[in-house]
Design a protein around this ligand. Sequence first.
Ligand SMILES: Nc1ncnc2c1ncn2[C@@H]1O[C@H](COP(=O)(O)OP(=O)(O)OP(=O)(O)O)[C@@H](O)[C@H]1O
Ligand SMILES: [Mg+2]
Length: 593
Amino acid sequence: MAQTNYVVKNPEDLKKYSFLEQFKDSWRYSEGHHFILISALVLSFLAALFSIIPSFLYGQIITSLSKSSFANIYLYLGAMIICYFLYAFVDRSVDAIIYLNNFQIRRDSNIRFYNHIFRLNLDFFEKASTGNVMSQINSGTSDLAAFNKVFYRKLIMGVFIFISSLVSLILLKASEVAIIGIISVILYQLWAYFTNIKKIELEYLYSLGWDKSQGKIMDYLSRIQLVKTLNIKDKLLNTLRRNYSFVYKAAIKSRNFMNRKVFVEKVLIRIPNAVALLFLAISFMKGEIEIGAIVTAYVIFSKCLDGYVTMQDNYSETLNTRPGMFKLRNLLKNQPTIEEPKNPKKPANWNEISFNNVRFAYSEKEKLALENVSFKIKKGEKLAIVGLSGSGKSTISKLLLRIYDPLTGKIKIGDLSLKEISFADIYNLIKVVPQENELIDTTIYNNLKLGTSKNVAKEEIINALKSAQALDFVKKLPKGINTLVGTNGIKLSGGEKQRICIARALLSNPKVLVLDEATSHLDVITERKVHDELHKLEKDKTIVAITHRISSMYLFDRIIVINEGRIIGEGTHDYLLKTNSIYQRLWRQSKKL
Ligand SMILES: Nc1ncnc2c1ncn2[C@@H]1O[C@H](COP(=O)(O)OP(=O)(O)OP(=O)(O)O)[C@@H](O)[C@H]1O
Ligand SMILES: [Mg+2]
């Protein structure tokens, strides 16, 4: 059974998610873009270099002026202008490539994450709200792109400027000033460390509230009819309003906190400038240093602190992206528990599908949905599985498609275990028309064509619609087969939706067709017509009808009765009617309809 960690609510876990981990994740999620990111890194380094060099030139000009030697001034000025130009050019280049790349990283990581989510087993979707997952992917990948933008464009530039100016100070033998720089940075770093922890917590609360609000609205939008008929629009909007006001309060709290933090930082970071200038002035008065060197050291010192502040500010900016990326990491922790075989075998020449002592529960805590279920479906057989609601009928169809694996026991197609066959082969062989409507908001034609890769001839479509007793009503629709079915097929009746779903399954011409209550919304006469048509199909097509309505049972070769997860009877309609009390009950119910 799968572990589902799709949401981690505890901010404590987030605190353990360090910057280094976040950086590693960003690198991993940006696969395919590493060359661009490294180029941005190199360009950032060059930009930092071109922004430092003018400080030296500036000092040189002052020294030349103080010595009244004007000869080199024009040279220095010319070099300064070239540096400014190169800086501007490189800086804009980093900007351009990072901004261009931003969209691509967002696009690719979005696709990568959706690909991951689509691979997960069904139990993930039973526990997670799809709206919430969608919101997490969208905000997470946008945070990933924002992280890259801040890191490669600004933060790393700050780091280069800070380090290169610190090294320059040491080379200039202004080591006292360099020490002041280092002490200030350590103090500042301590302050930033504690305040950043608080900031992450606030950001996380904000983003959780945001996902919740977004997720809720997306889930309800896809159930619009329910919202309208239960008349819960106002109630929903009020809940949404409350959620948003929570989000708003969290955002304001975070912003106010940031304002106070940045205010203190802006003041703190200017004090060392004054101290450094004092030290330089003392050295000058003692005659240890000349005026040009003071200017150079002071300008570079300021540059050093500026680099550091840029680094810190942008580091702080990356904290905004941390909760989103943390959620992406947690989404990735959900792994498919049902894996495809590495060396799949082809289920050719099978003559029966068998369930052998299959036991299954939906989760550890839940009771068994199937207990020691054993039965065979012969190739070409028309089999019915009947039982009361909740007896385990749909569970059998889900196991047949390997949506879940049994706890114990085996399901086989011919001699092969289901686990030895690729998903594609299972799905090609077996088509299940499920109990729940599975129409997409597009035209009937597109719905029919879903899942069939080949070009379908018009005749095939007409035949499938005919067999599913759908052709007449489709013809009467205003745009015929090109009519849009609306969200969840809202524009069609329950029975019409079911008939389109049956036609879709027929179109892919499966060897085994499983109808899980697929005709439950049809009137008895149309249901019989559908069954009649299906039974007329090729002789070797295996049909399994799962139902608790047994009005057409006389058409089936064999009927299996299931009750509370166990098979309690098997035989023909007449035999079961004589011998099986549950079957008799279902029969009486059907006759009442
Ligand atoms: N996804 C799920 N998670 C947990 N329990 C489930 C899940 N799906 C079904 N069950 C439980 O498993 C049991 C069998 O369900 P199943 O859907 O197979 O019944 P069914 O015979 O198809 O019923 P119906 O005729 O109402 O469709 C029921 O007790 C049901 O509550
Ligand atoms: Mg069912």
